[in-house]
Design a protein around this ligand. Structure first.
Ligand code: ZN
Length: 214
């Protein structure tokens, strides 16, 4: 029963520069440079102000710091937080496709020849591989249940060490939506991505259901 699995990530687990850089580019596009600097300051990551991390797979940050930055964006944007984090996820995926496809192993995915459903699945598998190859503790499953694509991250860093009574990985929803847009040529908003389980509320994993909006 893979749904019963869980991955214990050390509280001080490290995280890679390229994935932080991807998020910072997304935050900057959505909140502007001043907004980016404000959330870096409020999350104790001043060291990155005007000094972005290298675009490489070395460890430069802790997973819990990445999570704290995500929380800082939510605090900074208040009631708009959920939508802002989704936009940041979309923007960071677009940036990653343009600037990091070699780093993240997303280069050369031949999607055009495939039917849409397989393209959607192929991009999820590529994200899975990119994350699992670059993060030592990464563990992700991609499957299809009753015609719905399911993406499960057992080691989600967005909510690492965070607690909430609701799912909070809105940035992930944006990233997966934009991945669907990339794979199909449609608008990200024409896909419905729902986080059904979240480690922040005590589940063993963050689980997302992905389908075309009706
Ligand atoms: Zn989550």
């Amino acid at each position: 029963m893979s749904d019963q699995q869980t991955v214990i990530i050390p509280e001080d687990a490290p995280y890679v520069n390229a994935l932080l850089l991807q998020m910072l580019r997304g935050v900057e596009e959505v909140l502007g440079e001043n907004g980016l600097n404000a959330v870096l300051r409020s999350s104790g990551l001043e060291r990155y102000i005007g000094n972005p991390p290298a675009n490489n797979l070395e460890y430069g940050i802790q997973a819990k710091e990445y999570a704290r930055l995500n929380a800082a964006v939510e605090e900074f944007t208040g009631r708009a937080g959920k939508g802002m984090l989704q936009r940041i996820g979309r923007s960071s995926f677009r940036w990653a496709i343009q600037e990091q496809s070699a780093v993240m192993g997303l280069a050369g995915i031949a999607l055009k020849a495939l039917p849409q459903r397989l393209r959607m699945r192929a991009i999820l598998l590529a994200i899975r591989k990119g994350l699992m190859d670059s993060v030592e503790f990464g563990k992700i499953d991609v499957k299809e249940e009753n015609g719905v694509l399911v993406f499960i991250d057992y080691a989600c860093v967005i909510c690492h060490t965070r607690h909430n009574d609701k799912p909070i990985c809105h940035q992930y929803i944006g990233t997966l939506s934009e991945a669907m847009a990339f794979a199909t040529g449609k608008d990200a908003r024409s896909f419905e991505v729902i986080e059904t389980h979240c480690k922040a509320k005590g589940d063993g994993f963050c689980r997302f259901e992905i389908q075309e909006a009706r």
